[in-house]
Design a protein around this ligand. Sequence first.
Ligand SMILES: Cc1cc2nc3c(=O)[nH]c(=O)nc-3n(C[C@H](O)[C@H](O)[C@H](O)COP(=O)(O)OP(=O)(O)OC[C@H]3O[C@@H](n4cnc5c(N)ncnc54)[C@H](O)[C@@H]3O)c2cc1C
Length: 390
Amino acid sequence: MAGKLGLGPSEMLNKEETIRQIPNVNQEQLNGGVIYHDGQFDDARMAISLAHTIDAKGGCVLNYMEWNAFLKENDTIIGVQATDVLSGETMDIKAKIVINATGVFAEELMKADNINAPLKIRPSQGVHLVLNRSFLNSENAIMVPNTSDGRVLFAVPWNDHVVVGTTDTEVSEISYEPKSTDEEINFILANAEIYMTRKPTRADVKSVYVGLRPLISATGKSSKALSRKHLVDRSESGLINVLGGKWTTYRKMGEDAIDLALKHEPLTDKKSGTEHLQIFGFDAASSWENALHVYGSEQEKLNNYGSLESLSDNVYISEAQIRYGVQEEMVFTLEDMLARRTRCLFLDAKETVRIAPKVAEILADELDKDQFWQTEQVNQFNQLASNYIL
Ligand SMILES: Cc1cc2nc3c(=O)[nH]c(=O)nc-3n(C[C@H](O)[C@H](O)[C@H](O)COP(=O)(O)OP(=O)(O)OC[C@H]3O[C@@H](n4cnc5c(N)ncnc54)[C@H](O)[C@@H]3O)c2cc1C
């Protein structure tokens, strides 16, 4: 289906070949398998590369800036009121076009624009468990096409670990830190147990993380049946809403939003140019073997920021990454560094708690902060990390 963009041909595998590809697959009742190719990425690093791309294209990117309200004139949106969360300063920002691309939070903004907004977001929660790589012991992922609740389950190699998931649980509350339920954890472990020779238990889980999918509401359908497609909509006051969707189609989502906005507010006669844009750090030859591959073409530069030796044996994080993060990637907090510039928290939460004070010390040096700040950051981080530890 992918045509020229396909990553490789799919193949049927007999039992022996399946075991050779995945030595830890449960061999009981195994008849064979199918091998197919798929892409993998690091979502937080991708978001950082996109922010860098905006900057390189002459845009202005703000971090820790919270939307509070829309500014309107004659029922038309002319900007937003926003607060710099770090300083507490509130400001009005005028704009010819305002795009609401707030994922699962989009409904709150749509309602603020129009209390009777017709579209709704139905959040669906997905939980992932991270295990030691030895549970998979393969370069290949396992994809189980039909779990006990009729979904697919993945066990995917990721940064010397393996990620197992996910779930699809409708939730009514939208939060920045959604919490997993025992039922979800048990479901993943029970299904993983069926397919792995080494059975993972709660004690083997290095980190548990949870996300909310921003599905668009369609009455009477369960979240599994809801479309993962996106929708771009313009309200009467001119707010462009980008709803639903997924990472796979993010460029198409961006293109549709820009083209719709420009149709009504012709700031330029150019169309969105995202289709063939190489994003910041693009490096076709990047090797996954290298822990720094997520920096792409920027990798070499890291040498100039400090030592590349890891502060931990279990997860990779170095002084150079921390200093580079502050100077080049808008790192302001310990959490920024440990959860979103590196993925330490997602890979091994307990180990990350152990190294957090050392990371805070380097951050404090780079950001010119005192001991009190370090202690506060470590306490806040430990509280967050407790959600990732079973
Ligand atoms: C478990 C799970 C598995 C998934 N698997 C896949 C997959 O395999 N493939 C795929 O393509 N997609 C997948 N997705 C979907 C994908 O992750 C989401 O569609 C995507 O992250 C949504 O991106 P977004 O930019 O729309 O929203 P978000 O990533 O949620 O970003 C919204 C942003 O808006 C900000 N925001 C909210 N309110 C405010 C405010 N008042 N002021 C300022 N900022 C605000 C938030 O801080 C956030 O940064 C998965 C999602 C989940 C949860």
